[in-house]
Design a protein around this ligand. Structure first.
Ligand code: SDX
Length: 437
């Protein structure tokens, strides 16, 4: 952090002493006002539910410029990474800070590949679930359960443990997601195959059966790999903040990542891709493009409780750069599959066009986010809607781990413990039950 020569002075109209608050600058992006001494010196807290104006940490990993619609992983624009790299290169970059050279990439791929199997006991966790359990319920359980198998890498303060648990989580998430899917459709689990790429392996574990050879489709493998890249990290979003707060207690990495999975499930966050596709299918059932006007009217009516899922973002007040790339992938995949007339894509494009011209959305700076098109691509690839958020969790695991490890590696980190503005009852005495009204 670079101290700014600008200072902030906080003064109070009740004559209590004012205080100076240091300001720090980052490499790029907004400066921060350091309020760490505020409570000790003034007996007052700041108040920021939803953390709209709060930087909870300093980080070197991901930078978002919401006004420009810019996303950088370790300084590299997402557009360049999605075009020139694959997901494991992106994982290496997020974990270690630099893109790998050929030797480093080869070693990293080999290391991850060698950890793709899960303990055979893991399959017995699945048997406890109903076949129609939501995959995110299954994933929350399975990821947390991993800590039961790896006692040799649960000490978050041990750098070697952090390293091996990072590799294990990145390597095993595709296996676990595919197992959750196979369990739901009643098919046998498919073991990982070490001679396949990370994303080809995932597609095979998802769609192969023991009855015949499975040949991964290169276009679909590239599409799922790009989906992983676009979802890999995103600064201090809700699930990443959950992982940081959970990990700050010193719990093991698997438990902290399981907390991230649970948070990501929500429809306001990672669950939006599933909700966005369900929304498009609902409008399609209502009558498709002709009914968009009626649907938009419902969205604008606060009492309807209906939101345009896949639109809006706490940070992006411009087009989410990932949504642009996802829309491109949509066209590539649907063209490759000969589904260029996919009615849901047409509906999505029309809905986007209308929303981008409508004052309600323009005034609120509501643009498509990563979740608006990702569901259409995943559906075209053959991934069931209920698995979309599990795929998001698979991809975001590397970001969660990189952020968790960055926090634990920071000598200044403490357990997170926010305070509150208390509006409850003042102190009072308990009356014996016979004297209560
Ligand atoms: C992700 O944080 C991240 O980085 C998340 C993520 C990541 O990679 O980790 O990018 C992934 O979660 C993307 C977001 C996916 N969620 C959705 O698509 C769900 C739909 N979007 C909304 O729920 C909403 O836009 C949020 C939750 C994403 C952001 O909400 P904010 O920043 O708290 O904004 P807000 O709710 O205060 O909305 C401001 C105004 C309100 O209207 P007014 O009260 O001012 O009249 O915009 C309206 C909202 O009602 N609004 C919407 C809307 N989103 C906001 N109205 C209709 N449809 C929407 N989608």
């Amino acid at each position: 952090m670079i101290p700014s020569d600008v200072k902030a002075t906080l003064s109070f109209s009740d004559g209590s002493p004012s205080m100076e608050l240091p300001i720090y600058k980052g490499t790029i992006g907004p400066d921060v006002v350091d309020i760490r001494k505020l409570y000790a010196q003034t007996g007052r807290f700041t108040y920021d539910p939803g953390f709209l104006s709060t930087a909870a940490c300093q980080s070197n990993i991901t930078y978002i410029d919401g006004d420009k619609g810019e996303l950088l992983y370790r300084g590299y624009p997402i557009e360049q990474l999605a075009t020139n790299c694959d997901f494991l290169e992106t994982c290496y970059l997020l974990l270690y800070g630099e893109l790998p050279n050929p030797q480093q990439k080869g070693d990293f791929v080999k290391l991850v590949t060698r950890h793709t199997m899960v303990n055979e006991q893991m399959q017995f966790f699945l048997r406890g679930f109903r076949r129609d359990a939501h995959p995110m319920a299954v994933m929350t359980g399975l990821v947390g359960a991993l800590s039961a198998f790896y006692h040799d890498s649960t000490d978050i303060n041990n750098p070697q443990h952090r390293e091996i648990s990072a590799i294990r989580l990145i390597a095993k998430m595709p296996t676990l997601v595919a197992m959750a899917y196979k369990y739901g459709v009643g098919q046998p689990y498919i073991y990982p195959k070490n001679d396949l790429s990370y994303s080809a392996n995932f597609m095979r574990m998802m769609f192969a059966t023991p009855c015949e050879e499975y040949e991964p489709n290169d276009v679909l493998v590239r599409a799922i790999d790009r989906i992983f890249i676009l979802h890999a990290d995103h600064e201090q979003n809700a699930s990443t903040s959950t992982v940081r707060l959970c990990g700050s207690s010193g719990t093991n990495p698997f438990a902290a990542i399981a907390a991230g999975v649970a948070c990501l499930w929500g429809p306001a966050h990672g669950g939006a891709n599933e909700a966005a596709l369900n929304m498009l299918e609902d409008v399609q059932r209502m009558g498709g493009v002709e009914k968009i006007g009626e649907f938009i009217k419902q969205v604008k009516d606060k009492n309807s409780g209906i939101k345009l899922m896949g639109f809006g973002h706490r940070v992006y007040k411009n087009y989410d750069p990932r949504a642009k790339l996802m829309r491109e992938t949509c066209h590539e995949v649907l063209d490759a599959l000969g589904k260029t007339n996919d009615p849901i894509l047409k509906l999505a494009m029309e809905l986007e066009k209308i929303a981008l011209e409508d004052e309600y959305f323009v005034a609120r700076k509501l643009y498509p986010n990563v979740d608006f098109y990702s569901g259409i691509v995943q559906r075209a690839i053959g991934i069931p809607v209920s698995l979309f958020t599990a795929i998001f969790a698979l991809a975001r695991t590397v970001g969660w781990i990189a952020q968790l490890n960055e926090m634990i590696g920071d000598p200044e980190y403490k357990i997170g413990r926010p305070r509150q503005l208390y509006n409850g009852a003042a102190k009072r005495d308990v009356k014996p039950i016979g004297q209560r009204a």
